[in-house]
Design a protein around this ligand. Sequence first.
Ligand code: OGA
Ligand code: MN
Length: 283
Amino acid sequence: MTLNVKALSPHIGAEIEGLDLSAPMSDEDFAVVRDAFYKHAVIVVRGHSFDDDDHIRFSSRFGELRTLKFDKYLGERRPEIFVVSNIKKDDQYIGAHDAGMFWHSDAPFIPKPHGPSALHALEVPQQDGRALGATHFASAAAAYEALPAGTKKLVDGLQAVQSLARRLELAEAIGITSATLQQSKDQEVQAVHPVVRIHPVTGQKCLYVCDGYTSEILGVPADEGKALLKELTTHVIKPEFCFTHSWRVHDLVMWDNCSSQHKATFDYQLPQRRLMHRTTLVG
Ligand code: OGA
Ligand code: MN
């Protein structure tokens, strides 16, 4: 079967139809998938069951995978698999239970942020036959493109601080505390990156500030920086730049951490279970 690429919204997201992830992918198919990924920033593959080995084989076609040797959520899994879940074992979460609480891209707070991430749904919470725990995506490239010329000129040369502490403060503000995050705050995990990142593959300009991690825009007076940050992070997530993925078991969604941002939905709780496996490329 030949592959079909179906756009899911005007600016972001495409479903690849006809791809069976349980089998190795031909070079011809990979060329189609790769083009669709860089064009649409988020690709969705659904309809066939597949396992961790298939997930790893598929995502490693895009480059080197990050391994998580010392990750506390690793358990007995492969080091390439990061677990996102609200499930508990022996009273401990088996994975990151609060991943994606705020709009973000993955790991902008390190000097070399992650490449693409690919999330595989193994258990999807349900209510009355309806899937819960959807994930929202926004196009950081389309959002940049739509900025007024004056704003583009202003932000093009600016840098911003991306910090884990920012995320911790947002979580604390809604009553959520986490030992891991407290530790990160104490260690001052942060990095400085351009407000506008040039995409390493497409050359597109992408707005690289997000509500979840960007704490400060540098090089402008503090008040002005704060207002600008608010303006930009609200702009990126305008409905016209977004689409929402409603999960089914064995969906794989791969997103670009430069040209898109994402956010999870927390509209479920145990005994409604959500279990996702993520691979992540080295940035
Ligand atoms: C992630 C993430 C969102 C979700 O895994 O990086 O943000 O909906 N996940 O699980
Ligand atoms: Mn994420």
